[in-house]
Design a protein. Structure first.
Length: 243
């Protein structure tokens, strides 16, 4: 309890100073006072980083998080913790989200965020169908970073150019398999894209046909392209630029 007293004393001196709060939690805490105390801190946060088990009710209450701009959640128990996030209407300034729920399928059915107001998302281990759903939900998206996305057997038909994101500026993908990259290159039209970063694996083929079709279809002002760990991409892109 001493740490709470010290924190409250500092908060009293800080008055209205916005907080950047980082918490690592390894245990479920049943102290009812802990939840109220943490919610009071989060209400003053502009950025919240939470690593570990989420406390039930911490991010589902009706208390207002009017200052929160950036939310980062990392957990290894997705099916339990996803149900612990419901802040659709009480975080009006939230624009940037990082979520790491390993191998979560249909994640949007388990958590509620103000998707339409988000401009930046970073997601870990999504399925292709969830990525497409995310593009539908996030209507003002400008930046997306997908780490280790999964292919999806349910994804039968892709309509080239069916997802148009006019304000999108930066796309980053870290691949362990080729299917998600093929899906994104096929389905997306990003006329404002300025930066594209693909972190591949040496054994993966480079989807040069899909890549060039994506660029042609988007007609984007691309000024930075980085492809890591793929020698086939380096050769093909060089040839493409010279032609």
């Amino acid at each position: 309890m001493n740490y709470r007293f010290q924190c409250d004393s500092w908060m009293a001196r800080a008055k209205s100073v916005p907080l950047v709060l980082a918490i690592r939690n390894c245990l479920y805490n049943k102290d009812p006072g802990m939840l109220d105390w943490l919610q009071g801190l989060i209400a003053r946060c502009v950025k919240l980083h939470w690593n570990g088990l989420l406390l039930p009710g911490l991010l589902t209450g009706s208390y207002v998080m009017e200052r929160l701009e950036r939310l980062e959640i990392l957990t290894t128990r997705p099916h339990l913790d996803c149900r612990c996030i419901n802040i659709a209407s009480n975080a009006s300034k939230l624009r940037s989200v990082y979520l790491s729920f390993p191998n979560t399928y249909n994640f949007h059915n388990h958590l509620t965020l103000p998707w339409a107001q988000l401009t930046s998302i970073e997601m870990y281990q999504l399925h292709c169908t969830d990525i497409l759903r995310l593009f539908e939900l996030c209507t003002h998206l400008e930046y997306a970073d997908f780490t280790r996305p999964y292919g999806d057997d349910e994804l039968q038909t892709i309509v080239p150019g069916s997802v148009v994101k006019p304000s999108f500026k930066l796309l980053a993908i870290q691949l362990w398999e080729v299917c998600p990259c093929r899906m994104l290159f096929d389905v997306l039209v990003l006329p404002s894209l300025e930066e594209l970063e693909v972190i591949s694996q040496e054994y993966l083929p480079w989807l040069h046909t899909e890549f060039t079709s994506f660029l042609t279809r988007s007609r984007c002002p691309l000024r930075r392209l980085e492809v890591h760990n793929n020698k086939f991409a380096t050769y093909n892109i060089t040839v493409h630029c010279q032609s």
